[in-house]
Design a protein around this ligand. Structure first.
Ligand SMILES: Cc1cc2nc3c(=O)[nH]c(=O)nc-3n(C[C@H](O)[C@H](O)[C@H](O)COP(=O)(O)OP(=O)(O)OC[C@H]3O[C@@H](n4cnc5c(N)ncnc54)[C@H](O)[C@@H]3O)c2cc1C
Length: 359
């Protein structure tokens, strides 16, 4: 029988074999009775700096007989694991008189193309920037010499914005599809730990390979991917996009278009407005980027200055409500980049944009 246990607490530097001992003693079974032990969640509890703890959730197998005995103990942190059903997507049934065009090959475009291709739809992706290896060279030139390529930079190109960061997988929503996203990233080469860590990140050196492997998989599923291809115009009929113009020259007929263009493509947003597409302004937050020494944050959070491999770079999260009256403003920290730095992230001539990223 497959069971789960939560809230198993060990010193942060304890060997993972200690986890098996701890679980066996909590369940009052022998270690060899526990099969297929798997960590499903890991986080740090550093409230007591003299005793920083690793907190684990695990799944494991027990024989039915042992599971019954464990149930009698009435442990609040142990329970039966719900079965997770693997769903194959159904094949699409919408007739296509032309391919669906996905504009942009950032995370949204990659996953949109993947979902469409899995359902058997014919898809073309157009991306204004370059494939990742060429894009990398342009970004390095920008960082070292300040020479900007307006179509190949920190924001534009294969993988979209954030491709050269360490890919923190932060989401503040509880959407069941988040699990599918994690599974897909693992399938394309991300470490399985991203499904386990409370604050997962893919890692700078791995992220670019995951993106390139996902693109290759899309191509092997029949998706056509065109780089150096900017959507400069489009035609509509009866309120639908029926063709997309690439680089001011070629018209691509399409049955539907997914505009996965991110937030930096101001020229494309101007195009949308000029074509009468209604854009709805959203509330926005203003703030500043602050850079401070990592050893200060480590000391403050962990009581140790150096970055220990078992703890990683410390981070923090601050929230303060300025008043408790409804609708009043609050201040909060956003996109803390542990072990990272403030970077220039411009994509327009004369534009100054800062962002932050861990590497
Ligand atoms: C330096 C940096 C670090 C970041 N780190 C993180 C992080 O660690 N974790 C995290 O969750 N988020 C991070 N982000 C934010 C994250 O990258 C974005 O939220 C995410 O990339 C948005 O995905 P998207 O697909 O919607 O858009 P984007 O990633 O912006 O992709 C849009 C794509 O569309 C293309 N495009 C635009 N216009 C056109 C056009 N007209 N024709 C053809 N192609 C077009 C662009 O070239 C681009 O490749 C970071 C961002 C930056 C800049």
């Amino acid at each position: 029988m497959r069971l789960a246990a939560t809230n198993l607490s060990l010193p942060f530097n304890a060997d993972e074999s200690a986890l098996m001992m701890l679980l066996a003693s909590e369940l009052r079974v022998k270690q060899e009775d526990i099969q297929s032990l798997r960590i499903t969640r890991h986080s740090l509890d550093a409230r007591d700096k003299a005793d920083i703890r690793s907190i684990y959730s695990v799944s494991f197998e027990l024989s039915t007989e042992n599971a019954k005995r464990v149930a009698l103990l009435g442990l609040k942190n142990v329970g039966k694991l719900p079965e997770r059903s693997e769903r194959e997507p159904e094949q699409g049934t919408v007739p296509q008189d032309a391919p669906a065009v996905v504009v942009g090959l950032g995370p949204a475009g990659l996953f949109a193309a993947h979902e469409l291709a899995k359902r058997g739809y014919k898809v073309i992706v157009i991306e204004r920037g370059k494939p990742i290896a060429e894009r990398k060279a342009d970004v390095e030139t920008f960082f070292s010499q300040g020479l900007l390529n307006t179509n190949s930079n920190v924001m534009f190109g294969e993988g979209g914005a954030g491709t050269f960061s360490d890919g923190k997988l932060t989401t503040r929503i509880k959407d069941p599809r988040a699990e599918d996203v994690i599974d897909t990233l693992v399938k394309f080469g991300a470490d399985g730990n991203i499904a386990v860590e409370a604050k997962p990140h893919i890692g700078t050196d791995v992220l670019s390979h995951v993106v390139a492997d996902m693109r290759k998989a899309l191509q092997s599923m029949g998706v056509e991917i065109r780089f150096n291809s900017c959507m400069t115009d489009f035609d509509t009929r009866d309120g639908r996009i029926v063709s997309v113009t690439v680089n001011g020259k070629e018209k691509l007929p399409c049955c539907a278009a997914v505009l996965a263009i991110g937030q930096a493509a101001r020229d494309t947003y101007r195009l949308l407005v000029s074509k009468g597409i209604e854009l709805v302004p959203k509330p926005f937050a203003v703030g500043v980027r602050i850079e401070h020494p990592q050893d200060f944050i480590n000391w403050f959070q962990f009581g140790i200055q150096e970055t220990l491999p078992a703890l990683g770079s410390a981070e923090y999260n601050l929230v303060s409500q300025l008043s408790h009256r409804k609708g009043e403003r609050g201040v909060y920290s956003f996109c803390m980049c542990p072990g990272g730095e403030v970077v220039a992230a411009a994509s327009e001539e004369g534009g100054v944009v800062t962002n932050g990223m861990s590497r």
